[in-house]
Design a protein around this ligand. Structure first.
Ligand code: NDP
Length: 454
């Protein structure tokens, strides 16, 4: 393990891109300003002919309020940019020759370029201890993810390969584990005996935001469900890990995902795809690709604890209301004593993400007539994480802590789970529906209806 305080080089390949400017550099700035970060030499590499001043301006702007704090100031003063074609072994060799200390290579590149860069790195050879940091999408299928894993394993051991999932910050992961395993209240209820169904939803109000080049080739299923929402499903369904040690934790999530498959094995009844009206006319979109901007799938976690409970996952863009939450709907009580009146709605545990919140909805006696039941909600806020998600990701990389990184076999499992859906969609077996931008999504939704007030 690299000690805090020892020299590090963060080499960003694809430094002139969107991810670098919008997420990666701000996360680095916050981490460096936080005070306990190691000194980091930042090297940006890209195709564009940028001079040192232009690169430094970009880094300063992205560091924002953190630019002069802690380790951020020396990193900013010492950062450099190199023009490089990262698919060229000669260019990569030049870059690596000038690197100090432990090197972390961040592939902020289009996925196909990342593969070529890794192939070129095989020719170059990596300094001992180099870490590789890869973005989603990790492959496009179980077999392409497996072949990328084989390539990466020729470059570095698994513990130094970080497959980033920035959606789940460390605090969210720990919040879910704490909620489930640090008290006796919820865990005994979480299983098929008491749970009717679970919905995991990521609805965005944002539409394409000029990212058609990426999104039109990915779509909601690959962009969100195959990666992030399956990680949440794993956290909600896994058995209690013995410790928070990353190796133990990753075994437990892998086990849950290995048990996960499409509900009933039929994509016609267990998946839905749709795009918002107007998507086909957005600049950069090829309507013939029939890319979905909203996807829903229903999964079974086919093990002793969860057999028979449907897990409905959904993600969509351009919706009227943003919603990022997991909702556990409980079964009805076996029998409510005759004489009680009023609404009889299912009890629900709702876990919202970013900011993380908890709400428990259930019915109790309302004010006034004690024979009449009323819905109430108990709520709690989780403490916010100290760093933005990419700050946490980079801290994990510098400390060789893979807690937030998806293990190679798990990345393959996640593709295995969605593959029956992608094949059925490609074969035209599931119609592409349309929904109004700014609305609530298609009427045919497979999600459970939301609880109505009062
Ligand atoms: P961009 O297209 O904005 O950036 C990619 C960068 O790579 C560009 O600066 C491009 O330079 C550079 N590049 C391409 N080919 C080469 C090459 N041969 N040598 C050197 N540089 C090269 O993509 P993003 O930043 O949006 O995405 C990067 C990765 O991050 C992708 O895998 C994406 O899926 C992932 N990601 C992105 C998110 C985001 O919000 N942007 C969120 C989550 C994941 P040039 O423009 O000059 O060709």
């Amino acid at each position: 393990m690299t000690k805090e305080g020892s020299a590090q080089t963060l080499m960003i390949l694809g430094a002139s891109g969107d991810l670098t400017a919008r997420l990666l550099l701000p996360g680095l700035g916050a981490l460096l300003a936080a005070g306990d970060a190691p000194p980091v030499t930042l090297v940006g590499a890209g195709m564009d002919e940028w001079d040192a001043g232009r690169w430094q301006d970009r880094v300063r702007k992205a560091f924002g309020e953190h630019a002069d704090a802690g380790q951020a100031a020396p990193t900013l003063a010492g950062t450099r940019y190199a023009r490089a074609d990262v698919t060229s072994a000669d260019d990569l060799r030049r870059l690596l020759d000038g690197a100090d200390g432990a090197v972390s290579i961040f592939f902020a590149l289009p996925p196909a370029v990342t593969v070529k860069a890794c192939e070129a790195l095989l020719e170059v050879g990596l300094p001992e201890g180099t870490r590789l940091v890869l973005e989603k999408p990790f492959g496009t299928s179980a077999s392409s993810a497996a072949s990328l894993n084989r390539l990466l394993n020729r470059l570095a051991p698994e513990e130094r390969i970080h497959r980033v999932d920035h959606f789940l910050g460390k605090s969210t992961v720990l919040n879910i584990l704490g909620l489930r395993f640090a008290n006796r209240i919820f865990e005994p209820l979480l299983g098929s005996e008491h749970v009717e169904s679970v919905d995991i939803v990521f609805d965005e109000q944002l539409a394409l935001e000029g990212r058609a080049g990426y999104y039109d080739k990915a779509g909601a299923l690959a962009d969100m469900i195959q990666s992030h929402l399956l990680q949440i499903l794993a956290l909600l369904t896994m058995e209690a890990p013995l410790s928070l040690d990353p190796a133990v934790f990753r075994d437990a999530t892998a086990e849950a995902l290995r048990a996960t498959r499409l509900w009933g094995g039929d994509a016609k009844t267990s998946s839905l795809r749709a795009r918002y009206a107007g998507y086909a006319g957005e600049p950069g979109v090829d309507p013939a690709r029939e890319t979905e901007t909203l996807a829903e799938i229903v999964l079974a976690v086919d093990n002793w604890r969860w057999a028979g409970v449907p897990f409905r996952l959904r993600s969509g863009k351009a919706l009227g209301t943003g919603r990022k939450e997991a909702v556990v709907t409980f079964k009805h009580p076996p029998r409510i004593p005759s004489g009680f009146r009023g609404p009889d709605q299912p009890d629900r545990l709702r876990i919202s993400f970013g900011p993380d919140r908890l709400a428990l909805d259930f019915d109790i006696n309302g004010p006034g007539d004690p024979f009449v039941l009323d819905p109430v909600t108990l709520e709690a806020e989780f403490g916010p994480g100290g760093l933005p998600p990419y700050g946490e990701v980079l801290r994990g990389v510098f400390e060789d802590d893979p807690l937030l990184s998806v293990r190679g076999d798990t990345a393959e499992q996640c593709w295995r789970i969605v593959e029956p859906v992608t094949s059925a969609w490609r074969a035209g077996q599931v119609p592409l529906l349309e929904y109004e931008a700014g609305g609530s999504g298609p009427e045919e939704s497979l999600l459970s209806p939301t609880r109505t007030a009062g």
